[in-house]
Design a protein. Structure first.
Length: 372
């Protein structure tokens, strides 16, 4: 069987596609898999590193704000669109896939459209509660449309009923044990509040968490672990100015990046983070209560929709970034830590939303098209 994956741009698109490819190779070792992406984005590094064949096409997205510079870029984008269709056709003709699967990103558009024109079955997977523009267009002609959450379906005009597959969660997260993790981290019986804003660091979250810790530290009712990110290296100094020396305070740990997320997430009692699809799937898998702070700087404001898919079911609470301050964050942490029953209930509702066999579900959908 030959399967072509088209995806790129961000890890949120690429990593689920790699997970699905891994499951297919696990179940069908002789499967021939090819990825198509762009040479400029992170797929050019991640896909070959995972051991898969990789081809590229030239494609970019349209700039929505119409400045003279962006109009010039959009003209270039039109030219790339025409060229990308020809490039996609050549790749498909050479590889002769049985099915073509898109996991989002601009690159999946021309590849799946061409495959459909050539009579090859196509499938798409949408990671977010509010679908991206490319998947909205492709859903109209896709043979199978896979969704992480059912809330996305109302925004799509799919020719066939959508299939809820969930989003692949790393095995080390699924297998993490809370008691073992807390023992390894040398934690006492007090709750652990884990917070982060992404690998680069989110300034708004870093500032709010620093202020929240300074306001609450005298309570000594929990421990704090925060990932400040690459652009948050100023945070320890800011905390010292607020009276908290994280080099000396045993209840506060600030890291640039959390490399052992499976351990830290398993040990946590409350998580403060963005609302990316992968992060939410991990919170659900481990049944973790969370305060979600959606990034306002993402396409279609999709993180807000992701967050509300949990919030509306009582599986998380939300603070929008426009409302985020040290005070609002401290008040929400106070509220949650002071009511253990409510905190536990939020975690249980998150766990109830979990889909832990997403890899198998996605593999089944893709291979069913091959069988046809």
């Amino acid at each position: 069987m030959k399967i072509l994956f088209a995806t790129g741009g961000t890890g949120g698109h690429i990593n689920p596609a790699l997970a699905a490819a891994g499951e297919i190779k696990k179940q069908f070792p002789d499967a021939d898999i090819l990825f198509v992406g762009t040479k400029e984005k992170m797929e050019a590094r991640l896909v070959p590193a995972a051991g898969y064949a990789f081809e590229t096409i030239e494609i970019s997205g349209f700039q929505r704000k119409l400045t003279p510079e962006n109009i010039k870029r959009n003209i270039g984008t039109v030219a790339k669109l025409l060229k990308s269709s020809s490039q996609a056709k050549k790749i498909i003709e050479k590889f002769k896939p049985d099915v073509v699967v898109g996991f989002g990103g601009y690159v999946s558009g021309p590849v799946l459209r061409m495959a459909s024109k050539m009579g090859i079955p196509i499938a798409v997977h949408e990671q977010n509660a509010f679908p991206g523009k490319t998947n909205k267009i492709l859903a109209k002609r896709a043979d199978k449309v896979m969704l992480t959450v059912p809330e996305a379906e109302k925004y799509l005009e799919s020719k066939n009923p959508c299939i809820i597959t969930g989003l692949p969660v790393r095995g080390e997260i699924l297998n993490a044990n809370r008691d073992e993790a807390r023992f390894r981290m040398n934690l006492d019986e007090r709750p652990l509040v884990l917070s982060m804003g992404g690998s680069l660091g989110a300034k708004a979250i870093n500032e709010a968490v620093a202020g929240m810790i300074a306001k609450r530290i005298s309570k000594r009712d929990c421990k704090y672990l925060h990932a400040m990110g690459q652009y948050g290296l100023w945070m320890p100094d800011a905390l010292r100015e607020l009276g908290v020396d994280c080099d000396k305070d045993p209840d506060v740990e600030i890291r640039e990046y959390i490399n052992d997320m499976d351990i830290c997430l398993a040990a946590a009692d409350l998580v403060i983070c963005r609302a990316g699809a992968s992060s939410l799937s991990e919170l659900e898998a481990l049944g973790k209560p969370s305060i979600l702070i959606p990034s306002p700087n993402v396409a279609e404001n999709h993180q807000y929709h992701n967050a509300m898919a949990l919030v509306n079911k009582g599986a998380a609470v939300i603070i929008e970034e426009k409302d985020l301050t040290p005070d609002t964050l401290a008040e929400k942490v106070d509220e949650l830590l002071s009511d253990k029953k409510a905190l536990k209930g939020i975690g249980e509702k998150a766990k109830a939303l979990s889909i832990t066999d997403a890899n198998e579900r996605i593999c089944e959908v893709i291979t069913s098209l091959v069988k046809k």
